[in-house]
Write a protein that binds this ligand. Sequence first.
Ligand code: ZN
Length: 202
Amino acid sequence: MKIFCIGRNYADHAKELNNAVPSQPLIFMKPPTALVRNGRDVYYPEFTKDMHYEAEIVLKVCRNGRHVEEKFAHKYFDAISIGIDFTARDVQSKCKAKGHPWEIAKAFDDSAPIGEFIELSEVNLEEINFHLTQNGVTVQKGNTKDLIFPFATLISYISKFFRLQKGDLIFTGTPAGVGPTKIGDKLEGFIEGKKLLQCNVK
Ligand code: ZN
């Protein structure tokens, strides 16, 4: 099982971190050990002083495929949820400054909590509203109509390089509003107002 993540897929977020808007999807991966399911607690890692939340719509891949054409991409995922792409921002900034890979800032243990999955029939894929709260206060709000690269483009692009396999997950990028977490935080993720994710930071 692979976890794909997409960087800078909402223009307002790229801007807030002073990053250029990419001309092609920016892909990175997390290992299965990053995954946190069923509301299990997450422990604040000792190697960072600036762990950020990034709330993202997550797609669940439902069949194997390579070189998928955009027009058939909708057949390759059958459920969505909301997840958090936890990022050690201080570590990431150092990696970026040196031109090094990001893994230690992005792919560490428990860096990818995901919520309960819902079926595609419950949403309009082109216009999914989602939001994240931190201790009850809304900190991020997004809508998939603002994606730079829509789901079909992501699936097609990823599958040029990596064989898609049933059960793979795709974190589709975060909107503006990313920010620091601290021990004691309760993060909750919603799609169309329905709570699907809870994550306590211990
Ligand atoms: Zn992200």
